[in-house]
Write a protein that binds this ligand. Sequence first.
Ligand code: C5P
Length: 234
Amino acid sequence: MFDSQEAVASKIIVALDVPNLEVAIATIHRLPQVQFWKVGLELFCASGPIILDVLKDQGKRIFLDLKLHDIPNTVAAAARAIAPYGVDFLTIHTATGLAGLKTAQAALEDSTTQLIGVTLLTSIDTSTLQQELQIPLDLPTYVECMADLAHEAGLSGIVCSPQEAARVKQRWGEEFLRICPGIRPLGTAAGDQARSLTPNAAFAAGASYLVIGRPILQAADPAAAFDEICRSLV
Ligand code: C5P
């Protein structure tokens, strides 16, 4: 599927879902082969932006998954505050609406950070969407509407389940990124992910990047788990 393990590694974003800076640094050192790290709310709230400097000093790419969701003025102000960090990807919920997505995108215009829309959390399935959230659409249609919104606002791509990546790729082409969490290599626990696929199936379905957390970090040997995933894709 890929030419080399290095080529695969550049497309696998490992979720640095750990409680503090100390554990984050130890984890980064334990997995030198990981090139692209995702910093989420837990770690960013615990460590502050210093974790981004640690990763940049080591030449790593960064996906800052803060999932902004607020009124247009506030998301734009947050995006402006984040721009100087120079991260590669920043997330915003597409449910923020078109105006908020556009103002956040405009706030990043002069930066190298690409804004990515979170369509629907991969822990949500159709019955949660329709019965709890009271959204009377089937799940793929809802994700497609959210992808259209992100595209219309000029975002660089979306976060979606690998099961929805094919439709989005078909609709908006290769350039509009599909970043897919909810990845479970064969033999690993699904946990709270309701819409998961294997790494192979996810790339075959049209994912541009995979986000993988627990199957690597909670493996008995995280480095071996990462290498095994890369090997399975060459
Ligand atoms: O451990 P696991 O592989 O399930 O980690 C998936 C990561 O992707 C988590 O950090 C989670 O916050 C994130 N994520 C997700 N679904 C989204 C957006 C982000 O699971 N829609």
